[in-house]
Unconditional design. Structure first.
Length: 676
């Protein structure tokens, strides 16, 4: 743990002391604090991914003290929407999607439970070491729980070729996907570069790659090309005792009721049994013919009472079928191949047909690790190897895990990490701009129980976090890349933040419903037409579900939501540590002309009209407060009033249509799309 430098006069905590030392060495002066309204907006988006509530803005703007700032931070950190926003960062890293890619791009059943697990983990501040351990070896823990089993869905998130030309090579490709994601996401190491040869830059020999692969050797493939195969290899019942007992009782009632109905139906059918002998045994046609055959015998073999009773029983059976108890909750989890594990060899040039030296499970030698302690597994169905790996990765003695995570937290707050290459701490990555600060934060992270929430408190209560984003000519000349953090860097909202903010402004955003299966947005038919089977695998959700937060949108690898893709949503085919922000014409055109924008602008105008405000000025002020959390300036009011007048007189739009057009223009403001 490095010594903390002398505290500056403007500082609030140890972070400021480290940053001040760097500023002094470069001859730089930090920016003053940001405008209080900008600070509230910054904090709300960075923690929840949503615009702040008007009351939050007004309260802090009226008294922008450090005490009130800390209270605001605490309020945001305990919002349930915090977990939804920060889960998205982790899902980017583990390449979360709900389909398999390749030609058929089939669905991954129950994978949404993993997404819900991540949201809950952030909201409950699950210690980071436990969070990683559950994903790597939740089924091997002595105290495994339903949630820890769900966490192992980590292994099933990648792409899957359900009909590979070379099954053995496909297996090693799957292993490489797991090694790549684990190495880069948790350790900041590009160990995947050592699959075919020794790493060209870092001291990672090919042998280390295959020693790491040996920890995962028992993991079964996701399946082969059949739903039953996937279920056998990857679907696990989540056996919660209270759910199991209730489910058993419900199934018993259902089976008893169904048996009674079937017996009564059979009594009536036996009276006309000869007429049933020639019916096709195809289930559908048989079911369609049963009632028809009975109906034809009304008044001859059967009384009216019997026929009516038969209809009632048939209806009752249909009702029972529609309301039969759901099965015990299931999740997409990891399973191991039963029996002894096959040996692992170093593969020459990565070729499965050219095995060389046999290796045992082991950690990268460059980190001077201990030998793996491969203890008997607490789960007889597993080897215990993955738990040994998880214990080492999350050990306080591991020099990388804590550093990698605190660097990511810093990146998601400041726009870039202390190490800019957040998934590569090796020689081909960039060195830290503040190595002592990184080490101190990592030590503090472990000392505070691996609490992510504690790191948020520490970072957000620093003076550095509260700097303004204003440009400074002298500072820009000395430090154009802001390596010294003399100012806060402006950023554009993420794709999900843009969509959620538009829905929040229009009043359509559904924040009440959390968790559960994914929802489908209304994708234009022209977009679906680009598929080999247009619209295949894309459903339709009711409006109240369609307008839930963006984290709940169904992620189909071959068919992405146009708005999210347009604004640089994560590539789900590989781990995504940084979303590189692009600026392209399709973004402005889409936000101005898409059906989504037009519809939400209309909703926004109708929401404002429902306030029954006395004048256009009052209406415009309400729009600014909803959208930008500030009052409109006099010059802005004049400009927009002129626009309203022009739309009505020159373009002959109605008052409502004019207001809709103004709302659409406001949704395209840079101030709405960018965070100071």
């Amino acid at each position: 743990r490095p010594a903390v430098p002398a505290a500056p006069a403007w500082g609030h905590n140890e972070i400021d002391a480290f940053i001040a030392a760097g500023l002094q060495n470069r001859g730089l002066t930090p920016n003053p604090p940001a405008d209080p309204r900008h600070l509230v907006r910054r904090a709300a988006y960075n923690i929840t991914g949503l615009p702040p509530q008007p009351q939050q803005v007004e309260t802090f703007a009226a008294s922008p003290t450090q005490q009130n700032w800390s209270a605001l931070v605490e309020q945001l950190l305990h919002s349930p929407h915090y977990g939804e926003h920060w889960a998205r960062h982790w899902l980017d890293l583990v390449r979360y999607a709900e389909t398999n890619s390749y030609e058929r791009d089939g669905a991954k059943p129950f994978v949404w439970r993993y997404r819900d697990y991540v949201i809950s983990a952030f909201n409950s501040d699950l210690p980071w070491d436990r969070f990683l351990t559950e994903q790597l070896a939740g089924d091997e823990l002595p105290d495994r729980t339903p949630d820890s089993l769900i966490a192992t869905g980590f292994y099933r998130l990648g792409r899957w070729d359900d009909e590979p030309a070379d099954p053995e090579l496909a297996f090693y490709d799957d292993m490489d996907d797991i090694i790549t994601t684990t190495g880069q996401t948790m350790l900041g190491l590009s160990i995947n570069c050592a699959r075919c040869h020794d790493h060209k830059i870092d001291p990672l020999p090919q042998r280390d790659y295959y020693r790491l692969l040996a920890f995962f050797r028992g993991v079964r493939r996701y399946g082969v090309r059949s739903e039953q195969s996937v279920r056998e290899a990857s679907i696990t019942e989540i056996d919660r005792p209270e759910e199991t007992s209730l489910h058993t009782a419900a199934v018993q009632r259902y089976e008893n009721d169904l048996r009674t109905v079937e017996q009564d139906l059979l009594k009536i059918e036996n009276q006309v049994r000869p007429d049933f002998s020639g019916v096709e045994q195809d289930d559908f046609q048989y079911a369609m013919n049963r009632v028809a055959i009975v109906e034809k015998r009304r008044g001859r073999l059967l009384s009216d009472k019997d026929v009516d009773r038969y209809r009632q029983l048939t209806s009752r059976k249909q009702q029972l079928s529609e309301n039969r108890p759901r099965g015990i909750a299931q999740a997409l989890c990891v399973k191991e191949t039963p029996g002894s594990l096959p040996p692992v060899f170093v593969l020459q040039r990565g070729n499965p047909g050219s095995p060389a030296e046999q290796v045992q499970p082991g950690f990268p030698e460059v980190l001077s690790p201990p030998e793996p302690q491969l203890l008997p597994s607490h789960n007889p169905a597993t080897s215990g190897r993955r738990l040994a790996l998880a214990r080492w990765i999350t050990s306080p003695d591991n020099p990388l895990t804590a550093r990698v995570m605190v660097n990511r937290i810093w990146q998601y707050h400041f726009g870039r990490g202390i190490v800019r290459t957040t998934s590569d701490f090796g020689f081909q990555g960039q060195p830290p701009t503040h190595p002592e600060l990184l080490d101190w934060l990592a030590s503090e992270f472990i000392a505070r129980g691996w609490s992510v929430r504690e790191m948020h408190r520490l970072i957000m209560n620093s003076a550095v976090y509260q700097f303004s984003s204003a440009a400074n000519t002298a500072a820009l000349e000395k430090d154009p890349l802001n390596d010294a953090f003399w100012r806060f860097e402006m950023r554009r909202l993420s794709a999900e933040e843009i969509r959620d903010s538009v829905l929040a402004a229009s009043g359509a955003l559904n924040l009440q419903k959390m968790f559960g299966p994914a929802v489908w947005t209304d994708i234009p038919e022209a977009v679906k037409a680009g598929q080999s089977r247009p619209g295949s695998g894309w459903g339709k959700s009711p409006p109240e579900d369609e307008f839930r937060r963006s984290i709940y949108i169904h992620i189909k690898r071959s068919l992405k939501d146009p708005l999210l893709e347009n604004f640089d949503a994560a590539d789900t085919d590989q781990t995504c540590p940084v979303r590189f922000v692009t600026t392209q014409p399709s973004q402005a055109l889409g936000l101005l002309n898409s059906d989504f924008s037009q519809q939400q602008a209309a909703r926004f105008a109708e929401r404002l009209n429902a306030m029954n405000l006395p004048s256009d000025d009052a209406w415009l002020q309400a729009a600014f407060h909803c959208l930008l959390q500030r009052a409109a300036a006099d010059s802005e009011l004049r400009l927009l009033n002129d626009l309203l007048q022009q739309l009505q007189t020159q373009d002959r739009l109605s008052a409502l249509q004019s207001r809709k057009a103004v709302c659409l223009a406001l949704l395209n403001l840079n101030e709405f799309l960018y965070l100071d």
